[in-house]
Design a protein around this ligand. Structure first.
Ligand code: XMP
Length: 329
């Protein structure tokens, strides 16, 4: 006789009891389903004593930081601080082509930015009469993540770093609060819907922590980031317009290494190569390439060719997982 309403009441009561009358909580949000639902639940439980932080790492989707701010602040009333650290991340990524190095740089820089902002928020909070210290760290861990981190010991644990905040709570001497730890993904979506989170956000495709940096093969530059962001936005827009978004589990544009020849007007142009990828999967452990019709792909290709400066070719990637992975790096 488990119901969502009962879960919400019980969880809010648990959060209030844990945190106390004055306690404060800090957490990172990404714009994804899990962190948004967790943040909204905290806001319901303790209002502005929950501090959400979004780090704009410069490799988010186009306009994503702006959209997340609108959704969380205006839409959901969450107390959110956005840090624009794009320049810092892009400077550190300069010249780096190894995917694992990119992941490390992004993970570590994220921790640095978050920690610095957390100290500022904590100092401010200490001056607020009604509030106590920040002692808690919110993490949107789901039940399958809990299981995975218990059962994966040894090298396999490093295959996928689901949470890009590894070690942060310990480092900052914060206690973990995990309101979604008993829920499966479909239950998180149901919970999000009951908390007033929009359909589009609740069904949003997952997006990796290292973002577009692992969708650019080779070195990351601001120019390449712009190209991937613009191509990706067009692809996703067309997928939505065709009513295919929910059938697809994850879709994105990526940038291949090297250039190819194209002709613009009467000029030969060496332009970038975009690859589009869309997969269907239930667990992200195996996946099939989505079968678009050719007309759809041509429409997307035409739009990218016309609207995104610097692209000479558009490819559609058809490799399943295995042998490929979903991301290119
Ligand atoms: P792969 O590429 O391994 O991806 O088939 C499976 C799922 O995991 C996501 N992914 C990541 N998520 N940090 C993340 O937060 C990462 O470094 C990372 N690498 C892959 C990927 O988007 C897909 O949903």
């Amino acid at each position: 006789d488990w119901t969502m309403g009962a879960f919400v009441d019980k969880e809010i009561a648990r959060i209030r009891a844990l945190v106390g009358e004055k306690g404060q909580v800090i957490g990172a949000v990404s714009g994804g389903v899990d962190s948004t639902v967790a943040a909204k639940l905290m806001q319901e439980a303790i209002g502005d004593r929950f501090h959400a932080v979004l780090v704009d790492n410069g490799v988010l989707r186009k306009d994503e930081a702006k959209q997340v701010k609108e959704t969380l602040t205006a839409g959901l009333g969450v107390n959110l601080t956005v840090i624009d650290a794009s320049a810092q991340f892009l400077a550190l990524l300069e010249g780096v082509s190894d995917p694992e190095k990119k992941r490390k740089i992004i993970g570590n820089t994220f921790i640095d930015c978050f920690q610095q902002k957390a100290l500022e928020i904590a100092a401010e909070a200490a001056n607020t009469p009604r509030a106590g210290k920040i002692e808690w760290f919110l993490q949107g861990t789901l039940y399958p993540d809990v299981i995975e981190s218990i059962s994966f010991k040894g090298p396999s644990a490093t295959i996928k770093t689901h949470h890009n905040v590894g070690g942060l709570p310990e480092k900052m001497h914060l206690k973990l609060i995990e309101p979604l730890r008993e829920l499966f993904k479909d239950e998180v979506r149901e919970l999000g819907t009951s908390l007033g989170i929009t359909y589009d956000l609740v069904w949003r495709h997952p997006f990796p922590g290292p973002g577009i940096a692992i969708r650019i093969i080779g070195t990351v530059t601001p120019e390449k980031v712009r190209i991937v962001q613009e191509a990706d936005q067009i692809f996703i827009e067309e997928i939505r317009a065709a009513g295919l978004y929910r059938q697809i589990s994850q879709a994105f544009a990526a940038l291949m290494e090297g250039k190819a020849v194209g002709v613009v007007g009467d000029q030969r142009l060496h332009g970038h190569i975009i690859a589009l990828r869309a997969v269907q999967t239930t667990d992200f452990m195996t996946a099939d390439a989505f079968e678009f019709d050719q007309k759809f792909l041509k429409r997307v290709k035409n739009r990218i060719g016309n609207e995104v400066e610097g692209v000479a070719r558009v490819l559609y990637e058809i490799t399943s997982k295995p042998p490929a992975t979903i991301e290119f790096e």
